[in-house]
Design a protein around this ligand. Sequence first.
Ligand SMILES: [Zn+2]
Length: 411
Amino acid sequence: MLTLDTVICDTPARSFVKNTKNHNAYHGCDKCAQPGKYINRRMTYPCTEYALRTDDSFETMADEGHHHEGPHPFHGSNVGMVSQFPLDYMHLVCLGVVRRMLNIWLRGPLNVRVPANIVQRMSAKQVEMRSHVPVEFARKPRSLSELDRWKATELRQFLLYTGPVMLGSFLDSNMYRNFMLLFSGIAILVSPRLSCHTQYAQTLLRSFVNHFGEIYGKDQLVYNVHSLVHLPEEVQRHGCLDSFSAFPYESYLHKLKKLVRKPEFPLAQIIRRLSEIKTTDSLVNGTAFKKQHFVGPVVGGLSVKSQYGEMTCDKWTVKVSARDNVFVIGNDICCICNIVECSDGVYVIYKKFSHKSLFFTYPFSSDYLNIYAISQTSDTLECVNVSELVQKCAVLPHRDGFVAIPLFHTF
Ligand SMILES: [Zn+2]
């Protein structure tokens, strides 16, 4: 039997299907009962601690000001109107807070606007990083002059990967530290490995919101910014951010659109096509190897059958060339030099980065996230079964060296 797990939508759609006031209303936060405050013609929610809404308080309409008159479409069902309508971080964080922050830096009040010559250098850095991002990223970093056309995935890439590496060189230290609070909180919540640390992420995101108001003005504490403090609780309930975000739907949307062949009954057409595909397609699963070669390097003790330059599996693509060859193995950052198929399994031949150091120390040491500034590899070749690869890393240029950042989010 099918059961409804969660309803994922953006903020206006969520208030529409719940029949509640929207996010610009005095009682607009759908997670807590904090009344909004009008500042500079914006509705803001300046407090980060307030009584939380519950499924019961929603059903009994304990806060009358939150609801429109009349029943909501889920009335009479067992759907939890607060617990099963999680906040979606694609809209809230990437398209919401990250874009707001970039807009303030580029076009905001003069006291917090980033000078035009610095913005130009930031854009140049973004463009320089194009040739360094791994193959898993469908979009490459773009210049800030194209910010209005940036998609949610590009804003996510900026928040989790390119931003933390480059912004320290360009922003005032207060602003950079504020950005790092947001980065750190979201990196924890998006990572399946770390997302159990919700309490810590809560502390980081609360600090971010409070500092954000101090730096950019209380009138910037709008719904999206305020709602960050509710995200850790959503993760506690539903798992890491990607398990209840709109990203998978958005990336699948163009495929769904192709299934519609005529204007009438689009939903019925999609369901019919999907069930056809399910029954006719056998699921092609497993690992694909490419670029067979015979040039090594290999290590002694392996009975090598074949050597390859590239391997793609469910999780990631491994290559022996730059951009896609750096992985976390054990506690080390390693550079893959060869992929070998042996009679008892597939192995990678690698060298460790012998010179690695912390990349940042605020709000915690970067090794907590396996992020390091790296320079040269050792000369020793080692080998390990591919199942031992822990995380793939993006290796991005930073000053005279490079920074390795594990790919936190789910692709
Ligand atoms: Zn709230």
